[in-house]
Design a protein around this ligand. Structure first.
Ligand code: GCO
Ligand code: MN
Ligand code: MN
Length: 392
């Protein structure tokens, strides 16, 4: 019998080359794992049931490679993709590793650095298009400062916009059907990164020249670092049609960016996140790839990396099953039906034109003490959720 929680390509799970390929270096220690050749990454991911693989330009093509070298590497990678059946749904550009980006990429004060960043992003997008990617992620790791003496943050935001507007316009002129997904992070590697949360990004997108092309790529760790709710960030993005991609991982609140195996911290947060993404309560589901931007513990050798990858996918599927069970739970449904009940059709009144609404509301018999009286039974509701989550 097959295990229902073993992943299959139909689940549309993806990993970055940089995630399973992470060699385990940290600011205090050298790499602990050898580089896994991209071909082996593809073979192992396909064998584990993943659907696709994502990459930064320089995960595949070394910085500064000649055109011939690039084409040779890309052709070899395409053969490996064909052999394993994996796809590349998302591509991104490394605008943070090279020292040229020490003062930012799109927000660097030096216009030549901004020009270099845009040129590199164009090449990264071309690579993505060649590999069949439909989504381009922008994570501005270096787009920030240690000191605000360096520049006026309003200039940084305006330059960020200029670069994205230019790239959107260029993609449209090329006739490519691509979407940009902007990924926020509050800090690290910079002391402060501009547009620190998914919420900041959602507003920034409304100021762009091609807002319809741009959405967000929220990451669990990045919302949890400052103690924010990933579930609420993702819900806000879904509610306005802007969840273009997602970075699933885990994080202890308030720490450095840990990028841990999905579900390995804040299991309850992961449960409600999967419930939201899968639409188990009957609401529209997220239809993009389920991407894991995480890496194995530094304690692991390569086998541990594949344990890690399998763990991310299995936990997601198990949580989806638990969420479905919770949403089908009769007692939970009754509690929710009671708290949402509207026997007098009051919700409609709040959707009337303002003057009519004001009259209708004035005519309502609303007794705040009576409305305040009943408990909401969320202790019981949450316990039901937990018992499903725990498989009790
Ligand atoms: C991080 C980021 C990155 C990005 C990646 C894709 O914290 O290191 O999350 O992993 O997601 O660069 O843009
Ligand atoms: Mn990420
Ligand atoms: Mn991260």
């Amino acid at each position: 019998m097959t295990d229902p929680f073993d992943p299959t390509p139909a689940d549309r799970f993806t990993f970055g080359l940089w995630t399973v390929g992470n060699p385990g270096a940290d600011p205090f220690g050298a790499p602990v794992r050898r580089r896994i050749p991209p071909e082996r990454i593809l073979e192992r991911l396909a064998a584990a049931g993943a659907w696709g693989v994502n990459l930064h330009d320089n995960d595949l093509v070394p910085f500064g490679a000649s055109a011939a070298e690039r084409d040779r590497i890309v052709a070899e990678f395409q053969r490996a993709l064909a052999a394993t059946g994996l796809c590349v749904p998302m591509a991104t550009t490394n605008l943070f590793s090279h020292p040229v980006f020490r003062d930012g990429a799109f927000t660097a004060s030096d216009p030549k650095v901004r020009a270099f960043a845009v040129r590199k992003a164009m090449a990264g997008i071309e690579l993505g298009v060649e590999l069949g990617a439909r989504t381009i992620v922008f994570w501005g790791g270096r787009e920030g400062v240690e000191t605000d003496a360096a520049r006026d943050p309003r200039d940084a935001i305006a330059w960020y916009r200029e670069c994205l507007d230019l790239l959107c316009g260029w993609v449209k002129e090329q006739g490519w059907e691509l979407r940009f997904a902007l990924e926020a992070k509050p800090n690290e590697p910079r002391g402060d990164i501009y547009l620190a949360t998914t919420g900041h990004m959602l507003h920034f997108i409304t100021t762009l020249a091609h807002p319809e092309m741009c959405g967000v790529n929220p990451e669990v760790a990045h919302e949890n670092m400052p103690g924010l709710s990933m579930v609420h960030a993702v819900a806000q993005a879904m509610e306005c049609g802007k969840l273009f991609h997602i970075d699933l991982n885990a994080q202890k609140i308030g720490r450095y960016d840990q990028d841990l195996r999905f579900g390995s911290e804040d299991l309850k947060g992961a449960f409600f996140l999967v419930r939201l993404l899968e639409g188990t309560n009957g609401r529209p589901a997220y239809d993009g790839p389920r991407h894991f931007d995480a890496h194995a513990y530094r304690t692991e050798d390569e086998e541990g990396v594949w344990d890690f990858a399998r763990g991310c996918m299995r936990t997601y599927k198990i949580l989806a099953a638990r969420a479905r069970a919770f949403d089908a739970d009769e007692e939970a449904r009754q509690i929710l039906a009671a708290t949402h009940a509207d026997p007098d059709g009051v919700a409609e009144l709040l959707r009337l034109p303002p003057a009519e609404a004001a009259t209708a509301l004035a005519g309502l018999d609303l007794d705040p003490d009576a409305l305040a009286a009943a408990g909401r039974r969320y202790e019981r509701l949450d316990q039901i959720a937990l018992e499903h989550l725990l498989g009790a």
